[in-house]
Design a protein around this ligand. Structure first.
Ligand SMILES: C[S@@+](CC[C@H](N)C(=O)[O-])C[C@H]1O[C@@H](n2cnc3c(N)ncnc32)[C@H](O)[C@@H]1O
Length: 294
């Protein structure tokens, strides 16, 4: 039913408008489907009351055949683990589900770990860049989606996958088994800086840094984990959008400054918008080829 994102978007819009009239106008674009759970992300300022959201939740439950549980996300992602707070709206009061992406299955608990279905394209894009001869380090791996999609599609030598949230780590361990990528995706529990310093110096051809809060600060550790003094880093950042699109260059410059201050150079770099994350705020990724110069 949800294979076609356009169809799903239209259906969500229709239901939101029918239930809430004009008040539901922009709300439909704030609904995420994760497995058999629907999440309505409450706008920071809204005239809608809990009862409005409950009505919408009940309508979604009765109209979307594959959905069993509806939750209202009442905060943005917060804290070091990037988790939202939720109120249950309708259906089973269950926060665990199986999320599917690119022929992989992921066990997830929306109340305990970071999850968004809006990174699916990015996971595939990066997986297609990886070669089978590579070793990858994923510094902020969550429940392992990026790492497992890479393992399945690119079949690299290894994807060392670190997360500091014990719930994300435990789910990653399960997801590695579910997707049969044991021996390729190697899970680590802890702070990425510490794990790299202690266990992953000079091992990687490519490093993923999918956590905008820490990405620039942790560039020294990403460089430390590269082997043969060169490699590729994918740095995810939040930037303010501007009409002239100067943010593309600004993102590259901020990565260049950090890389150069560590005695490395940026041989080549591109940036692209990954998704919108708030009013006027974008997530961008800088794909940077780097080389040690001293
Ligand atoms: C945005 S999520 C990762 C998203 C994931 N890569 C995906 O595509 O779904 C960021 C993750 O970084 C983890 N994290 C936060 N601080 C960390 C640290 N210092 N070291 C390792 N992981 C960290 C959080 O627990 C969270 O799971």
């Amino acid at each position: 039913m949800f294979n076609n994102l356009m169809t799903r978007g239209r259906l969500l819009k229709k239901i939101a408008l029918e239930v809430l009239g004009d008040k539901g106008k922009s709300l439909w674009s704030r609904i995420d489907i994760v497995g058999d759970i629907a999440i309505i992300k409450k706008p920071i300022s809204t005239s809608l009351a809990y009862d409005d959201f409950k009505l919408l939740g009940e309508a979604l439950l009765s109209r979307l055949g594959s959905i069993r549980s509806i939750w209202l996300a009442v905060t943005p992602v917060t804290g070091p683990y990037k988790v939202r707070e939720y109120i249950h709206l309708a259906g089973e009061p269950r926060s665990t589900t199986i999320y599917r992406e690119h022929n992989c299955s992921f066990k997830v608990d929306i109340g305990k770990v970071f999850i968004t279905p809006r990174l699916g394209f990015e996971h595939l894009r990066v997986a297609k860049l990886v070669e089978s001869s590579e070793v990858v380090v994923n510094m902020f791996a969550g429940i392992g989606i990026f790492s497992i999609v890479i393992a399945k599609i690119a079949k690299p030598k290894a994807v060392h996958s670190i997360d500091i949230n014990v719930d994300a780590y435990n789910l990653m361990v399960e997801n590695i088994k579910i997707n049969r990528v044991e021996g390729i995706v190697i899970p680590y529990l802890g702070d990425a800086a510490k794990i790299i310093e202690e266990r992953l110096v000079g091992v990687a051809d490519r490093v993923l840094m999918p956590l905008p809060d820490l990405a620039l600060e942790y560039i020294p550790y990403a460089l430390m984990s590269l082997r043969e003094s060169r490699g590729v880093i994918h740095v995810y950042l939040h930037v303010r959008s501007d009409k002239e699109k100067r943010f593309y260059n600004k993102a590259i410059m901020s990565v260049r400054d950090r890389v150069e201050s560590e005695g490395w150079s940026l041989v080549d770099a591109h940036s692209r918008v990954v998704r919108g994350v708030g009013p006027g705020l974008l997530q961008v990724v800088v794909d940077a080829k780097v080389e040690r110069i001293r």
